[in-house]
Ligand binder design. Sequence first.
Ligand SMILES: NC(=O)c1ccc[n+]([C@@H]2O[C@H](COP(=O)([O-])OP(=O)(O)OC[C@H]3O[C@@H](n4cnc5c(N)ncnc54)[C@H](OP(=O)(O)O)[C@@H]3O)[C@@H](O)[C@H]2O)c1
Length: 277
Amino acid sequence: MKILIIGNGWIGKRCHESWPDSVLSDIKIKSVTDVIALLEEHRPDVVLNAAGVVGKPNVDWCETHQQETIFGNIVLPILIAEAVQQKNIYLLHMGTGCVYYGYFTDPKGWKESDPANPLAVYTKTKYAADLVLSTLPNVGIARIRMPIDSIPSSANLIDKLVRYPKVVDVINSATVVEDMIKVFYKLLEQRATGIFHVTNPGAIKHREIIALYEELVDPSHTNEWLTEEDLVTSGLAKKKRSNNILQSPNLDALGIAMRPIHEAVRDAMIKYSENIK
Ligand SMILES: NC(=O)c1ccc[n+]([C@@H]2O[C@H](COP(=O)([O-])OP(=O)(O)OC[C@H]3O[C@@H](n4cnc5c(N)ncnc54)[C@H](OP(=O)(O)O)[C@@H]3O)[C@@H](O)[C@H]2O)c1
C-alpha cells in the first residue's frame, strides 16, 4: 500500500518514519491543482492528511489568526478531498477530539456520533472540516487527543506538562502516538469511512502522567497545580481548553483495538526515559 502523507509536521513525520511504504510531501498546497499534481507524481493508493494549523507557540495563536487557521483547517482539507474524489483515492483526514468541551453524561464519554461543542477558533475550524468531510464517500476522519509520545518533542504532552511550572489538574482521554500510528495504518488499509476517536481506552489525569515522569525520568521534577478555571483567570491561556473523555465505538466496530491508556502511557514513558539519554 503506497501512502502519500500530506503535512511535513510532527505527526506527518512520525507516521512517515514508521511506514516504509509512505512518501511525505512538504509542498505548500494552495489549490486542488496542487493536490492533483501530487497525486499524479506519487500515484498513491491512499492519502493521509496530516497538514493543518495548530498554532505556534500554542493554540491561542489561532484566536488572532483566523484566516490562516480557516485556510489550513477547513479550506485545505476540502481542496484535498476534492482532488481525491476526482481520482477516486481514499483519504484519512486528521481531526481532533478537542472539539468536545467538558464531560458527557455517559461516563464512558463522547461517541463519534455525538455533536460537538467547540469554543475556540482552532476547534471550531477542525469541527467544520469534520462536518463537511464526513459527508463524502471514500473519506475517514481520525480524531486524536493530547498526543503522548516516547520521543521527546515540544508537541508531546509529556514535554508540555513537565515544562509548565503550573499544571492544570484535569482528567482526559489521550492518544499514545505509537498506538495511533498502528491504528492509522489499519484505517488506511481498510479504507474506513466515517469518524473515529483514535484515543486509548480510559482516561488519565495530568497528575498521573507527571507522577510517571517523576518515577521513571526525573525524580527531582516539581510543579504547582491549577484548577481548570485558574488557567484562563490567571492569564496563562486566552481561551478555555478542551477537557473531555471519549469512547470509540466506531473503531471497536472495525475490530481495531488500542492498549488501555495507563498501560500505553507507562510503556511510552519507559521508552521516553531511554530516548532522552
Ligand atoms: N499536535 C496535537 O496535539 C494534535 C492534537 C489533535 C489533532 N491534531 C491534528 O493533527 C494534524 C497534524 O498536527 P501536527 O501536530 O503534526 O502539527 P504540525 O507539526 O504543525 O504539522 C502540520 C503541518 O501542516 C503543514 N501545513 C499547513 N498548511 C499547509 C498547506 N497549505 N499545505 C501543506 N502543508 C501545510 C505545516 O507546515 P508549516 O509549519 O510550514 O505551516 C506543518 O508542517 C493537524 O490536523 C492537527 O489539527 C494535532
